[in-house]
Design a protein around this ligand. Sequence first.
Ligand SMILES: Cc1cc2nc3c(=O)[nH]c(=O)nc-3n(C[C@H](O)[C@H](O)[C@H](O)COP(=O)(O)OP(=O)(O)OC[C@H]3O[C@@H](n4cnc5c(N)ncnc54)[C@H](O)[C@@H]3O)c2cc1C
Length: 465
Amino acid sequence: MSDPIADLRAAIGDPALMLETPEETGAYTTDWTKKFNGATPMVLRPRTTADVSRMLAACNELGIKVVPQGGNTGVVGGSTPRGGEVVLSLSRLNTIADYDPASATVVVGAGVVLAAVHEFVAPLEMEFPVDLGARGQCQIGGMLATNAGGNRVLRYGLMREQVRGLEVVLADGTVISNLNRLRKDNSGLDLKQLFVGSEGILGVITQAVLQVRPCPPARRTAMLAMTDRAALPALLAEVRARLPGLSSLEVLPDDVCQYVSDQVPGASMPFTERFPIYALVEEETEAGAAGHDGFVERLSGLFESGLVADAVVAESEAQSAGLWHVREATGEAIVAAGYSHKFDITVPQGEIPEFLDEMEALAATLPGIKPLLFGHLGDGNVHANFVQTPEIADKPFLAEGPALAKAVYGATRARHGSVSAEHGIGTLKRDYLGYSKSPEEISLMRRFKGLLDPNGILNPGVMLD
Ligand SMILES: Cc1cc2nc3c(=O)[nH]c(=O)nc-3n(C[C@H](O)[C@H](O)[C@H](O)COP(=O)(O)OP(=O)(O)OC[C@H]3O[C@@H](n4cnc5c(N)ncnc54)[C@H](O)[C@@H]3O)c2cc1C
């Protein structure tokens, strides 16, 4: 009887490109959240685009299914094997090269970690503006495949807005390479954007041309304390009007801050008094004392309007990092707590207070579940986490998932929101795609999938069933 994995081994030849023992493959089979795991017979570790092409052509020929994997920090169950697929790790495609000052672009391998891009451009006094908590592990290919957002979407947009050129390998091994640096290119369909956010179901990203930008002279951070969460939309409008360099606006309710402070060392709140809700604000300003004083002056107007009860302005980069630490430690604190049902949704910014009320009312009907609701207020993006408390056991809590998802996504749909703001669909949200996309849209997605991957080898079960 034929053994497709033995045939694949023979087709690839070089043992340095394959891992097969459970000791070697183990790290590739569980994701960051520890919620998604499965077995794999082999991890493929290409070094070049040509390797990826050869590997996919062989898998396609042999009918072997493939899970592309970057840093494995995706949180929707798209990067780990589910049914014995081979894992294609892009980690070795980790070259950063060809910085071009005229276009301010850089060519980056899919396996380059986000922090390495930041470090590469910093000495050039340039920056790559996308930043998120997983920066030390998530890779450019994975971030493009999920169209990741992060903390500065408000000012710079998602990954989609940062990419100028892209190289992709299709399921049959065909290389589609368009690594151009052009700001303007209306020569036909913008094919690269089809692959951004496609979560590895249409092709494997191998290289990208990224737009970088001059570093702003300074970034200022403040934590604003509010007494009334119904005033969040008014705060957003006011902050946007007053801070021309606004780059982040995050919202953190008091119970989330307390939870994070309890779980993560050093993530403490800067206020002596407690307030119901806080907003973390970041603005790009001029350098030096003038930049600082201008920031403080613009913020002081928020007190006059009655929207803010207290504020702490970071006086140094260390203090700014301390304020951000509370926001960024939310993920770690939630994982440390045990199992949680996580929802990453968008609703219109003006409806966030009512949506938070609805989520709390929903949690109140589920004994033993603690809601932790926070997110990127400026983008209308709520991270709604329903966390297991010690009073309830794993199994009943796990079983609550589908009912909870229907309730959360039902409330999201009623507000014309999206079931995925920035994390993607993966396997976790696949059955709920119809809450945000029409049957006609889903049918068109299937047609693209059928066209580009007729044998269905790429990331089966992700996004579409
Ligand atoms: C602490 C933490 C904070 C986070 N914060 C944010 C945030 O603020 N904003 C946000 O948007 N996300 C956030 N995320 C999740 C985010 O999706 C990932 O961090 C990142 O975008 C995924 O990159 P990765 O390299 O880890 O991809 P992986 O997890 O390895 O893969 C993600 C998906 O992309 C596919 N894929 C991976 N590489 C490729 C490739 N080269 N070609 C084709 N498909 C590929 C995989 O098959 C999978 O479906 C956070 C995650 C963590 C753990």
